[in-house]
Design a protein around this ligand. Structure first.
Ligand SMILES: C[S@@+](CC[C@H](N)C(=O)[O-])C[C@H]1O[C@@H](n2cnc3c(N)ncnc32)[C@H](O)[C@@H]1O
Length: 286
């Protein structure tokens, strides 16, 4: 994987899938950020902001006197995120169209956050280290990344569901994305100069058609890449009927399946000896 590759691509259907996925994961993300200490008046940077869902969630937490900057490489995603924030009436969030390898800002942030971004970066430690460099001493660092292992283990009893998830996993593996970045956060935080993070793992579960369609839509987004890597998804049959067939399999077993295991990690930048501890930048400026 090079710096220019982003395996999920930027089709309209992929962007809509991201928004639907974000709605399901939002409560987990909000819990992590609250536990991490993100709150009113803070200035926060969100790495890999995509359609803007994480940045907009943080914008609610920091309130009108706080500020959120989403950083995103894709210009079209930035435009859509800006439009969504404007529609939501959020004036405290802005989006910067740049690569995370070019991070810079004149004023320090109180926190750096990100969701499903470090897994796509060839060098997550160096990006995290430079992002932490923009955070004030004592500031918050909070990330959510996936772990695929629990989902594959739990899905093994449902053949079609398991095959679908396995082929997605295989495609991500060959593309260089780190499917286990969630657990790797323990190491990545420390290599970026942070104390070992506090971590937890949560898995959204569901059985309804909308929930299951998130997985078949993810496969759809990855289809060109799967073909490029000669991973045959033909064995899944007609992809247009795949969601219905998975739903039938899940209903027949009267069970639920998981979206993805979401690992949350939170830490704080070590305080500098002479800095005021735990005070948001906004308050320090007053
Ligand atoms: C899976 S999406 C996650 C979006 C959002 N954080 C969320 O959870 O809904 C990852 C996003 O990171 C962006 N991205 C990937 N590599 C990047 C880089 N090097 N610099 C800036 N953005 C990047 C992609 O363009 C994509 O929009």
């Amino acid at each position: 994987m090079t710096d220019q590759d982003y395996v999920l691509g930027y089709t309209d259907s992929e962007q809509k899938r991201l928004i639907r996925q974000a709605a399901i994961i939002a409560p987990i993300t909000e819990r992590l950020f609250r536990e991490a200490g993100i709150g009113p008046d803070q200035r926060v940077v969100d790495l890999g902001s995509g359609m803007g869902d994480v940045a907009m969630l943080v914008a609610q937490l920091v309130g009108p006197l706080g500020e959120v900057v989403g950083v995103e490489r894709d210009a079209n995603s930035v435009a859509r995120a800006k439009a969504r924030a404007a529609t939501a009436g959020l004036r405290n969030v802005s989006f910067l169209n740049t690569d995370l390898n070019n991070l810079a800002d004149e004023r320090p942030f109180d926190a750096v956050v990100g969701r499903f971004i470090l897994m796509f970066l060839p060098d997550p430690v160096s990006v995290l280290r430079s992002a932490v460099g923009l955070v004030r001493p004592g500031g918050v660092v909070a990330f959510q990344e996936p772990s695929w292992a629990p989902m594959l283990a739990l899905g093994a009893r449902l053949p079609l569901w398991y095959r679908t998830r396995h082929l997605i996993h295989e495609t991500l593996l060959r593309s260089g994305a780190n499917r286990e970045m969630g657990l790797a956060l323990h190491r990545v935080f420390q290599e970026a100069g942070l104390p070992a993070p506090k971590m937890h793992l949560e898995m959204p579960l569901g059985s309804d058609a909308d929930f299951i369609k998130l997985t078949s839509d993810l496969l759809h987004s990855l289809q060109p890449l799967a073909e490029q890597h000669k991973i045959s998804i033909k064995e899944l049959g007609d992809l247009s009927t795949l969601p219905d067939r998975i739903c039938a399999e899940v209903a027949a077993a009267n069970t639920v399946v998981s979206l993805i295991a979401v690992v949350g990690a939170r830490s704080r930048k070590p305080p500098a000896d002479d800095s005021p501890r735990g005070e948001p930048v906004a308050r320090q400026r007053e």
